[in-house]
Design a protein. Structure first.
Ligand SMILES: Cc1cc2nc3c(=O)[nH]c(=O)nc-3n(C[C@H](O)[C@H](O)[C@H](O)COP(=O)(O)OP(=O)(O)OC[C@H]3O[C@@H](n4cnc5c(N)ncnc54)[C@H](O)[C@@H]3O)c2cc1C
Ligand SMILES: Cc1cc2nc3c(=O)[nH]c(=O)nc-3n(C[C@H](O)[C@H](O)[C@H](O)COP(=O)(O)OP(=O)(O)OC[C@H]3O[C@@H](n4cnc5c(N)ncnc54)[C@H](O)[C@@H]3O)c2cc1C
Lengths: 382, 280
């Protein structure tokens, strides 16, 4: 059963229908295969881009769809329910576009955004380093300034779309100032030398999405590719993450919904002790808890999105949404495996994949411990 | 430049090649989603359309795509024509968001229960009203599946009918199609105006785009009822139907197949099974 959504406009309804159509016909049939083989679906992003689905939350002046986050996140959720890896990719892509869209100059926006938003170029977001995960202030990658621009040296870790992307949004150190030491750049990998990529990490899940180290060995970046002011990097990174967390929250809801749907369908068919297992109260209640978790996670994510759409502060709510939705996804996908019993534990059914996919959502874009840190700091500040 | 003779005597637009864009009308039906369970309404044995999701007849997506491609190649313009209740507007919007330019929606309560004869009468009247050089249809609607509408419509309008097309070429004066047959295909040529029904092999329908969805909101959709078309309510709908469904039986559930396990005798058993049904 498709999710019965409350959408603000007729075009939002058409958009959701278009998303389901493309996701059902182009993504769902090949998802399991790509995940099993670790094959990156570059074409999927072109298809989504051509349909305009990568452009939704951005300014129409630069090729964006001008859609509210409330709508964009539900599109993302629909994609995630078919293929989490591609939905994560959409979210990372949006994250990589955000600094230019929100802090870039007129020229940078005009030059980069249209091609990124139509999926011609795929973006990556280079923040984490081997020694700097949760603690962004430990970033060591340096951008040394001279007359013509910057020379970047260092190693970025865990970069989604590493080696596949056409545009790398980079955060590097331009001074040792604890608050204003980072700067943001956008780098075209075909225009530079000294950029190289590690082999894709051998991950528990999301194997269709390649995650690699990105090595910067004296890479020359011209001054025009500095985004925002020198030293503004930390502010840009954190502000991008607030929106990115909403994206991951929506992806988690989609995965949880897919697991719930699979579990309910199975429980209606599988018979034990003379009746469908859904009619055993112990199991029926488990499904009820799963449904409650999915619905409340969705409500939390969309409520934070509506704050963003209304121009209200939403950083705390975005952290709450990410925490609630990804924890819900972990629980729901784990329970879905339980509902399918031994079959759930095999790769012949998709629920074990959902469980592996849900796990990483508690880790990236700020671990769920870091979300609690953000929330508690907001509480302390009052 | 070939300038075709005026095509008078018929109510369609008179056009000279290169002077006016080719006017293509594509007939699109809204049908219950093929994936959902369908049921007949007990009171009149017509399809219960409220109970199920309504979508564009899949074959008509191919007709819309072909219309758009022909319009792109020849510089034409595409009008969508749909007869159906209010909610048909969703299907019209889909065709417009794929790229069609405008639409005509025939809505009238009296149309409920129309058979193929009545449907073709209404579509013919609407086509006379808008004018056309080329009419495109799907070759079959997935709900009633009579495949009668294209032929009936061509007869009513006195048009050459080129049905089951798997390929269409036109220079704006003549139209040539590859007509799918059991043994391959025929090549059929006619002068425009003409009517073509298409099969799924013809193309790969495009997805709408977000930009298309936004543009569709601003495209003109004209709504007509029976009086606008000067049709009499007694000629259409259940009242005017030449045929009616008297009774029906639910399709029997599929019986379990016979499993042949090969324990050395598998081949023989298979042949015996087929021979028993006179298949070998
Ligand atoms: C599949 C995948 C894709 C990724 N994609 C990207 C990407 O595209 N771009 C990018 O920049 N990064 C990306 N990352 C990196 C990701 O954001 C980091 O892995 C994450 O921020 C955690 O950092 P870490 O792995 O170094 O863990 P650590 O920071 O070392 O954390 C280890 C553990 O300690 C806990 N911990 C740390 N600090 C505290 C504290 N103060 N209080 C309580 N607990 C704490 C953490 O919650 C965690 O449980 C990706 C990671 C993965 C797995
Ligand atoms: C179970 C059932 C049984 C029926 N039995 C009969 C019957 O025995 N005899 C009978 O005459 N009718 C019958 N009908 C009614 C049937 O719905 C109409 O005949 C129908 O309007 C036209 O026929 P079709 O759907 O078979 O179209 P087809 O001829 O299969 O459709 C071909 C093409 O015509 C176009 N088209 C068809 N309808 C429309 C429309 N409303 N608006 C725009 N374009 C359209 C589309 O391009 C379509 O692809 C039955 C309906 C049902 C549900």
């Amino acid at each position: 059963m498709p999710v019965d959504r409350l959408l603000p406009t007729p075009e939002a309804r058409d958009l959701i229908e278009l998303t389901r159509d493309i996701a059902d016909r182009e993504l769902a049939p090949v998802a399991a295969e790509h995940e099993a083989d670790g094959r990156f679906p570059r074409d999927a992003f072109r298809t989504l881009g051509r349909a305009g689905l990568l452009s939704l939350p951005f300014d129409p002046e630069y090729g964006g769809g001008g859609q509210p986050y409330e709508v964009y996140l539900q599109v993302l959720e629909e994609v995630a329910a078919r293929w989490a890896g591609v939905a994560v990719g959409m979210s990372v892509h949006a994250l990589s576009c955000y600094p230019v869209a929100a802090f870039g100059t007129e020229e940078q926006r005009g030059e980069l955004l249209p091609r990124l938003l139509e999926g011609d170029l795929l973006g990556a977001y280079c923040l984490s380093e081997p020694q700097a995960g949760s603690d962004v202030s430990a970033i060591r990658t340096r951008a040394e300034k001279d007359a013509e621009g910057f020379t970047v040296t260092g190693t970025k870790a865990w970069i989604s779309h590493g080696g596949q992307a056409d545009s790398y949004t980079l955060f590097a150190r331009t001074s040792d100032d604890p608050r204003h030491g980072l700067s943001c750049f956008v780098v075209d990998p075909t225009a530079v030398s000294g950029l190289s990529f590690g082999a894709p990490e051998r991950k528990m899940g999301l194997n269709g999405s390649h995650t690699t180290t990105v090595n910067w060995d004296g890479v020359r970046v011209p001054t025009e590719r500095l985004v925002g002011a020198e030293g503004q990097g930390m502010q840009i990174a954190l502000s991008a993450l607030d929106s990115g967390r909403l994206g991951i929250g929506a992806v988690a809801v989609g995965v949880a919904q897919a697991a719930l749907d699979e579990a309910v369908a199975y429980a209606g068919q599988r018979r034990q002790f003379g009746k469908a297992i859904i009619d055993h109260q112990g199991l029926g209640f488990m499904l009820a808890d799963m449904a409650a978790a999915v619905e409340s996670a969705r409500a939390t994510v969309l409520s934070a999105a509506r704050r963003r759409d209304a121009g209200l502060p939403f950083s705390q709510q975005a952290s709450i949404a990410k925490l609630v939705a990804t924890d819900a996804a972990m629980r729901v996908t784990t329970d879905a495996v339980q509902v399918l019993g031994g079959y759930g534990y095999t790769r012949d059914f998709p629920v074990e994949r959902y469980m592996r996919e849900a796990k990483v959502m508690q880790i990236f874009e700020g671990t769920n411990q870091i979300q609690r840190l953000v929330i508690s700091r907001h509480l302390a500040r009052g | 430049m070939v300038v075709p003779a005026c095509r008078d005597g018929r109510a369609h637009s008179v056009r000279e090649v290169g002077l006016f864009p080719m006017k293509i009308v594509v007939c699109v039906k809204q049908v219950p989603d093929t994936e959902s369970e369908k049921a007949l309404r007990p009171e009149d044995l017509t399809l219960d359309r409220e109970a199920v999701d309504a979508v564009m007849n899949e074959m008509d997506e191919f007709a819309v795509e072909e219309a758009l491609q022909l319009a792109e190649r020849t510089g034409g313009e595409v009008t969508v024509l749909l007869m159906g209740p209010e909610q048909g507007a969703d299907t019209i919007r889909k065709a417009l968001s794929m790229g069609a330019d405008r639409a005509l929606h025939v809505v009238d309560d009296a149309l409920r229960g129309s058979d193929a004869v009545a449907t073709s009468a209404v579509l013919a009247a609407a086509l006379r009203e808008v004018g056309f050089d080329l009419v495109l249809l799907g070759c079959e609607a997935s709900d009633a599946r009579t495949s009668l509408v294209p032929a009936m419509l061509a007869e009513r309008l006195g048009l050459p009918q080129l049905t089951f097309a798997q390929k269409v070429e036109t220079d704006g004066t003549e139209i040539t199609v590859e007509r799918l047959t059991d043994y391959g295909h025929d090549v059929v040529t006619a002068r425009l105006p003409a009517l073509v029904s298409v099969v799924e092999k013809i193309n790969e329908p495009r997805y709408p785009t977000f930009k298309g969805i936004m543009a569709a909101k601003k495209k003109p959709v004209r709504t007509l009822d029976l009086s606008d078309l000067e049709l009499d309510a007694t000629e259409v709908g259940a009242a005017g139907a030449w045929s009616a469904v008297d009774d029906f039986t639910v399709r029997p559930p599929r019986a379990a197949g016979e499993l042949v396990k090969d324990e050395g005798e598998g081949g023989r058993q298979l042949v015996a099974f087929l021979a028993g049904r006179k298949l070998v």
